[in-house]
Design a protein around this ligand. Structure first.
Ligand code: C2E
Ligand code: CA
Ligand code: CA
Ligand code: CA
Length: 279
């Protein structure tokens, strides 16, 4: 009865009605966006403490004809609810693989590891492993140049499935990073079971670690654990030199954040790399 009451009320609530209409409009727009090729991949560099660029994270944007550049948090959640993330995820992976191939012919970009965000629906799809392998072989890229970013919750949905799928791709040489690490409130026991290459410390810890001792301790603990497990560790959301120094002192391998660069379109990313690269 409680539920029925709530449902009935929905139709008489003008705010809710407007929200539903906005959502439906966004969904229609997103279907069109796929057809019209309105998505873009931006790349944000990942650097070590000597300033060498090791890789880049591919981050999607929507080039909307009226709204301009729409950030992913404004549309990715809806694409996950509607299943549109499957075709969009394919586009992301396809575009990233094509980019890796192009970068392989230039010494400045040849060894870049390109990290791609994988959403839960995409990963749980029964043809996920097959699709990734198909793309790797069609584009003829070095599998070690592709890194898949997974979240803890995605893995914990079904740990056995995650292990199987990761191992299958791992045997081809694909790399894995655990994104937003530390935010999942999850048991650490899965860490030893998963074939992970990298832990990515969530930016919420990085943001406050130089002001808040508890965040500092969490960051130090994650870095220490990764180092002891022999897994690479990267900090995201690094915005200040103070933060970078703290991370260097505590032996965090890599940094990503506005201190080095914003996510950039391919051309701007390549220009920035050339500026940094001394030939
Ligand atoms: P994420 O994977 O945690 O990505 C990091 C976010 O932090 C990015 O936001 C990036 O632009 C932002 N960022 C980078 N450096 C800094 C910094 O120094 N300070 C601050 N405050 N932020 C920084 P963005 O690009 O808006 O992406 C947001 C989220 O959308 C991503 O979070 C990811 O969960 C999702 N996303 C982005 N691209 C894709 C994609 O291709 N597929 C899927 N499934 N999700 C994606
Ligand atoms: Ca990510
Ligand atoms: Ca992240
Ligand atoms: Ca995040």
């Amino acid at each position: 009865a409680k539920n029925a009451g709530r449902n009935t009320q929905r139709f008489y609530d003008p705010t809710m009605q407007a929200a539903l209409e906005a959502r439906a409009a966004l969904e229609t727009d997103l279907r069109l966006a796929i057809k019209k090729n309105q998505f873009r991949l931006y790349y944000q560099m990942q650097v070590d403490h000597s300033g060498n660029v090791h890789g880049a994270e591919a981050l999607i944007r929507w080039q909307h004809p009226q709204k301009g550049l729409v950030p992913p948090l404004q549309f990715i959640p809806l694409t996950e609810e509607t299943g549109l993330i499957i075709p969009i995820g394919h586009w992301v992976m396809e575009t990233a693989c094509a980019q890796i191939k192009r970068w392989e012919s230039d010494p400045a970009t040849r060894d870049l590891q390109v990290a791609v965000n994988v959403s839960a629906c995409q990963f749980h799809d029964s043809s996920f492993v097959e699709r990734v392998i198909e793309m790797l072989s069609r584009h003829k890229i070095k599998p070690g140049n592709l890194k898949l970013e997974l979240t803890e919750s995605l893995v914990l949905d079904n740990v056995e499935e995650a292990i199987m799928k990761m191992q299958a791709l791992k045997s081809y040489g694909v790399l894995f990073s655990m994104d937003d690490f530390g935010t999942g409130f999850s048991s650490l026991s899965y860490l030893t079971k998963l074939p992970l290459d990298q832990l990515k410390i969530d930016q919420s810890f990085i943001r406050n670690m130089c002001m808040n001792n508890r965040d500092a301790v969490v960051v130090q603990t994650i870095i220490g654990m990764a180092n002891n497990l022999g897994i690479e560790v990267i900090a995201e959301g690094v915005e200040s030199e103070t933060q970078r120094e703290f991370l260097e002192q505590n032996k965090c391998n890599l940094c990503q954040g506005y201190l080095f660069s914003q996510p950039l379109p391919v051309d701007a990313f390549e220009n920035k790399l050339r500026q940094m690269h001394t030939y």
